[in-house]
Design a protein around this ligand. Structure first.
Ligand SMILES: NC(=O)c1ccc[n+]([C@@H]2O[C@H](COP(=O)([O-])OP(=O)(O)OC[C@H]3O[C@@H](n4cnc5c(N)ncnc54)[C@H](OP(=O)(O)O)[C@@H]3O)[C@@H](O)[C@H]2O)c1
Length: 319
């Protein structure tokens, strides 16, 4: 099967086509013929080992796993002998979790990992970009008590995680103020933001209003920079925390207030993907797709995503 692998860390041109053996499923795995995958912020960071500590997990000198790619959408091609949930021909989407391997024509997936059938009406390219953004957003938003009328500020609302947070919080009738650049402001408004602040025209840090929740979704702000915008019981949440955020969390924990700052790594749960699958089927959420690249254009897609300005998500059409 055709795949893209990387033997060394570096710029997007370390990704090269390679012919690999098609996987065979273990008893509790399925093999998916991949129709679409994605390039996430996490993918380019692993490819380039940015920041350096990524090497402690991915390999100090060279990547231990040369096959990248975390999200997939495709058709079940083979089924392990113990698998009852999926059948050959099912349209499925999912995430490899902490593993990778979707920059290939086929992937073997454990059925206990986040995988589900694609809801009607969703293309492979759309389905492929759902899991990481939505599972991350869902994980973090479950840590706050979202309720109607709650005032939420999302900084980086136009990213993959930010646009998923926007829709999940809107589904709970929260009042959302989104911060992004002016090039993204109109779709962000159309996708549910009650107000949009273009950071290239307006300084959101001097807003007079106070928020119940502030989300730092793309790591371009910090608790220190915006804590004055929180209500007394308000919470600060970041999936892309600054170093000072961890220091402030430590200080607050020592001071007995460990509830205000929420940081960490999102779990990717199969049960959560089921919730997202239902919301997609009901039309309450949908992934924002910025660009679709062909499989041969994978290095170009990585170079684009690495610029940090993608709107929502970038998909790769594999078949
Ligand atoms: N903790 C976890 O478990 C977890 C899970 C998933 C992702 N992450 C991390 O979360 C981060 C976000 O990922 P992502 O895929 O959503 O987005 P991304 O690709 O990292 O960011 C793209 C978005 O950032 C916006 N942006 C750039 N500069 C900005 C600024 N100064 N102010 C506001 N927005 C700005 C861009 O919008 P404009 O062009 O409008 O500026 C663009 O839409 C990544 O670092 C990723 O690794 C962490």
């Amino acid at each position: 099967m055709k795949a893209f692998t990387f033997k060394n860390y570096g710029a997007s041109d370390v990704l090269h086509p390679e012919i690999l053996e098609k996987p065979i499923p273990n008893p509790n795995q399925i093999v998916v013929k991949i129709h679409a995958t994605s390039v996430t912020a996490g993918d380019w960071r692993v490819r380039s080992a940015t920041p350096f500590p990524i090497r402690f997990h991915s390999g100090i000198l060279k990547p231990k796993n040369t096959l990248l790619g975390h999200e997939f959408a495709g058709v079940v091609d083979m089924v392990g002998v113990e698998v009852a949930e999926f059948q050959i021909g099912d349209r499925v989407f999912g995430s490899m979790g902490m593993k990778s391997g979707t920059y290939a024509e086929y992937v073997a997936v454990d059925v206990e990992s986040p995988i589900a059938k694609i809801p009607e009406g969703l293309s492979f390219e759309e389905a492929a970009v759902v899991p990481i953004g939505f599972l991350s957003a869902y994980h973090f938003l479950q840590k706050v008590n979202l309720h109607p009328g709650m005032k939420v500020l999302i900084h980086g609302v136009s990213g993959s995680v930010g646009s998923a947070m926007l829709q999940l919080a809107k589904a709970k009738d929260a009042y959302i103020v989104g911060v992004c650049s002016s090039k993204n402001s109109s779709w962000v408004k159309n996708w549910g933001a009650d107000e949009v602040i273009s950071y290239d025209k307006e300084d959101f840090t001097i807003l007079p209003e106070k928020f119940d929740l502030i989300v730092n979704a793309v790591g371009k702000t910090s608790f220190r920079e915006i804590r004055h915008l929180l209500k007394p019981e308000g919470k600060y949440l970041s999936n892309d925390a600054a170093l000072t955020d961890y220091l402030d969390l430590l200080m607050q924990t020592i001071g007995g207030n460990k509830e205000q700052i929420i940081l960490g790594i999102a779990d990717q749960k199969k049960s959560d993907l089921r919730v997202i699958q239902s919301l997609l089927a009901e039309g309450k959420v949908r992934p924002y797709l910025d660009r679709v690249y062909s499989f041969d254009e994978l290095p170009a897609a990585h170079a684009y995503v690495e610029k940090g300005r993608k709107a929502g998500n970038v998909a790769i059409r594999v078949a």
